[in-house]
Write a protein that binds this ligand. Structure first.
Ligand code: PMV
Length: 324
């Protein structure tokens, strides 16, 4: 009745922004990401008799009511599948700050879903686990498989799962997350997905996305950073163009975000092959190959705007671990 799992976060090269079905978190478009080995969540779930409700502790503190309700909704899905009636004690620890654009909900719901299903005695196939994790947080679908991951868009729960395109050892690509703020973001991505279609740029974005996804997939498979980088930067700017022009507008950038984007362009002009991407937050993800990673990390850490950095390699997917 108790199990522990660890799951990596992920950074999307093609972003998920907007749901066809808000309840099931079925995305409008397929997306593609790399899992992140330094940004993980470890979660233990124990179904226990005598609890009056689910008890959720994250990083040593009781989770607030809204967060707990979201965890309970996910545990309810596992209870419905397994027939378990008991409430659960959930203990979760993040290796990075939650809610600041490092996709903590991705690793959190992937780890929660795996730990809860195992604690309930279920052993789901990877694609079933991925689809189930998606119901908790869309991008969690991409934190179940390892390496470089493609999440399918489909109109059904069963059809919208993620799978590995290539294993972690396929390409020594690095993601250095430059943390410019540890503050919890004001508007979560769930609201962002709801507002996405109010942007005049949402429909034109979808129109061009198939071609960009194909190009990104080919660049990843060919380990071609010079091809991948400009596509990933354009995609990140487009996500934020949609967010900034939704009604009401969502602006996730801070002045430090723009300062970092300027730095990347300058470093590249000076011969360092590095590219940026962003999620729904102010922090900047910097992509480069292993040969340039230490130099890039040194440059990033030396910037006055940067309060911390996480140096990620492609990760294995979510997996059970021995209880802590
Ligand atoms: O899974 P969510 O609801 O936190 O959405 C994640 C959205 C982005 O991080 C901005 C993009 C993505 O594909 O990860």
């Amino acid at each position: 009745m108790r199990a522990t799992a660890i799951a990596p976060s992920n950074i999307a090269f093609i972003k998920y922004w907007g749901n066809l079905d808000q309840e099931l978190r079925l995305p409008y478009n397929a997306s593609l990401s790399m899992t992140l080995d330094a940004c993980t969540t470890t979660t233990t779930v124990a179904f226990e008799a005598g609890l009056e409700g689910d008890v959720v502790d994250v990083d040593g503190r009781a989770l607030d009511a809204t967060g707990t309700a979201r965890v309970t909704a996910q545990l309810d899905r596992v209870r419905a599948l397994s027939g378990i009636a008991q409430h659960a004690r959930v203990t979760s620890a993040n290796a990075f700050p939650m809610g600041t654009g490092i996709a903590s909900s991705a690793s959190a719901f992937a780890a929660l879903t795996l730990a809860a299903t195992r604690a309930a005695g279920l052993d789901l196939a990877e694609r079933e686990l991925s689809a189930l994790a998606r119901c908790g947080s869309g991008s969690a679908a991409r934190s179940v498989p390892g390496g470089f991951v493609l999440w399918h868009a489909a109109p059904t729960h069963e059809g919208s799962f993620a799978e590995s395109l290539a294993p972690p050892e396929h390409w020594d690509l690095r993601d250095i997350v430059a943390v410019v703020s540890r503050a919890h973001k004001a508007v979560g991505s769930t609201s962002g997905h709801e507002l996405a279609t109010t942007s005049p740029f949402f429909a034109p974005r979808l129109f061009g996305l198939h071609a960009r996804l194909d190009a990104v997939r080919n660049a990843v498979l060919a380990r071609d950073l010079a091809a991948l980088g400009p596509l990933v930067e354009a995609e990140a700017l487009e996500l934020h163009a949609v967010a900034m022009t939704s009604q009401p507008p969502l602006r996730y950038w801070a002045p430090a975000t723009i300062a970092l984007l300027d730095c990347v362009v300058r470093w590249r002009a000076d011969g360092l092959p590095a590219y940026f991407t962003l999620d729904a937050g102010p922090n900047v993800h910097l992509l480069c190959e292993g040969a340039h990673a230490d130099e890039l990390e040194r440059l990033v850490r030396a910037l006055p705007e940067v309060v911390d950095a996480y140096h990620n390699r492609p990760s294995v997917g979510a997996h059970p671990v021995a209880a802590p």
